[in-house]
Design a protein around this ligand. Structure first.
Ligand code: FAD
Length: 434
């Protein structure tokens, strides 16, 4: 299964077109090949090229570079994640460990943005974890206490103050956490393409269809070309299992989102002219909603396992009805036909929310599976994968390696049924927050 991006991604469609890189149509023999040009592969290629200025590095991408999940995500660069309580000190120390790794991811992106003077609509005003349901209030209060114990700045906000901040009466309580950033994900991905050093050769629209290893060398074939490499880094995230790796550890999840047109002055004023905000639901499968700096509303409220991974236009159209319904619930006074862009994207999940960062052999490494997150971790893991592949050990790598690794998953038919059952349950419980 290879990626097939739909053309509807709002973040991408708001950018000017860029010229494309060539497809692979010959045989290339090179020391390094990286498969997948999302945040992970782009960060790995940039770092490796800087570490090995005399080596030629090939970065090969199935679709347009940076236009998979890395352009299609909701743009939350997060340090803290919702945790509804810890049963022991051990639970708290795990939470702290995860928080510190995420914070390192935020710093890695911030350093990149600073160094390359990237304009990606960076807004460090934090995020809300919110609920419309009374039953989730205890969860949010517990979360706020956990954050206090970890000395992570946060505040509990209740209606009507929340209404003033968000411009909707829908929510009754939220925890606002500082430290997170909202950004335009496609702008960030594009900046990472532009930052590729001259010793990186990028091939686009060249899905790797077959991969064999003979001795220590890797041979990859595409529709029109062939790559032979000494070292291979696999950075295909949701498509890692499609390349025959980690099938019993990680699996793809297909998400959908929509972005409205810009609100008019009077529409915006009817919400009370709020500042830009980003909100995650306290309820699993509840909607992620953002009001952007240019007065658009983004909503993401589906997550599912599909046999085909890639979503058809008809499937996407049905999900968009759910996005519209989610907007109407929150903003009943705005017009019903606000949505301008809708898209699907594929992310990668493990059963225990662990990430992948592994040297599988002296010539083969893989990184991915950031579960709900990934902007910060993918950039961090990509950079660190490059260090690891070139034989270095860093403090950041120590921190990554202290975290749990993905636990075993059952084979596909059972996995799909199990995940589907869980998602159906979460969807049912989360329907009031979708
Ligand atoms: C709708 C949505 C919302 C999200 N929201 C957030 C968010 O708010 N915050 C956050 O931190 N994370 C979010 N994520 C997750 C985040 O986008 C990912 O974790 C991150 O983009 C992973 O980066 P990556 O480079 O590892 O993977 P990707 O961006 O998926 O890149 C992998 C690349 O590999 C390529 N590829 C795959 N197979 C092949 C092949 N056979 N040959 C060649 N190339 C191949 C793909 O085309 C793709 O470009 C979201 C994801 C989605 C889909």
């Amino acid at each position: 299964m290879v990626p097939k991006n739909d053309p509807g991604c709002g973040w991408l469609n708001l950018l000017p077109p860029r010229s494309s890189y060539p497809a692979l149509n010959q045989t290339f023999d090179c020391p390094w090949v990286i498969i997948g040009a999302g945040y992970t592969g782009l960060a790995a290629a940039r770092t490796l090229a800087q570490l090995r200025p005399n080596d030629q590095i090939v970065l090969i991408e199935a679709e347009a570079a940076g236009e998979g999940a890395s352009a299609r995500n909701s743009g939350y660069l997060v340090d803290s994640t919702l945790n509804d309580g810890h049963m022991s000190e051990n639970g708290l120390s795990h939470y702290k460990q995860k928080y510190h790794l995420n914070a390192l991811g935020v710093k890695t992106v911030a350093d990149f943005v600073e160094r390359y003077q990237v304009d990606c609509d960076w807004n460090a005003s934090g995020k809300y974890h919110a609920t419309a349901l009374e039953k989730n209030e205890t969860k949010l209060r517990t979360f706020s206490r956990t954050l206090d114990e970890c000395e992570i700045a946060n505040s509990l906000i209740e209606a009507p103050a929340l209404r003033t901040r968000l411009g909707t009466n829908f929510y009754r309580m939220a925890v606002h956490t500082e430290g997170g950033v909202m950004l335009q994900p496609a702008k960030l991905a594009r900046a990472m393409i532009e930052a590729l050093p001259a010793n990186v050769t990028l091939f686009e629209h060249s899905p790797v269809l077959n991969w064999t290893q003979s001795g220590s060398r890797h041979e990859l074939t595409t529709a029109q070309g062939r790559l032979v490499a000494n070292k291979l880094l696999v950075c295909t995230n949701g498509f890692i299992p499609s390349l025959g790796l980690k099938r019993d550890r990680v699996f793809p999840l297909t998400l959908t989102a929509s972005l409205t047109r810009r609100l008019t002055d009077s529409e915006f004023q009817s919400l009370g002219s709020p500042q830009e905000w980003g909100l995650l639901s306290a309820q699993a499968m509840g909607a992620t909603v953002r009001l952007t700096g240019d007065r658009r509303i983004m909503i993401r409220n589906t997550a599912e396992t599909l046999w085909s991974i890639n979503m058809t236009p008809a499937q996407l159209a049905r999900r968009v009805q759910g996005h519209s319904a989610g907007l109407r619930k929150r903003f009943p006074d705005l017009p019903a036909n606000l949505i301008e862009h809708s898209w699907s994207g594929i992310t990668c999940i493990s059963a225990n929310s662990a990430n992948l960062f592994e040297q599988l052999s002296p010539t083969l490494s893989v990184a991915g599976c950031y579960n709900g997150g990934g902007i910060g971790l993918a950039t961090l893991f990509g950079e660190q994968l490059a260090y690891q592949a070139s034989g270095a050990q860093t403090n950041e790598m120590d921190q990554i390696q202290q975290r749990p690794t993905p636990t075993w998953l059952p084979p596909k038919p059972f996995l799909h049924l199990g995940v589907k059952a869980r998602l159906i349950k979460d969807r049912y419980l989360g329907q009031l927050e979708r």
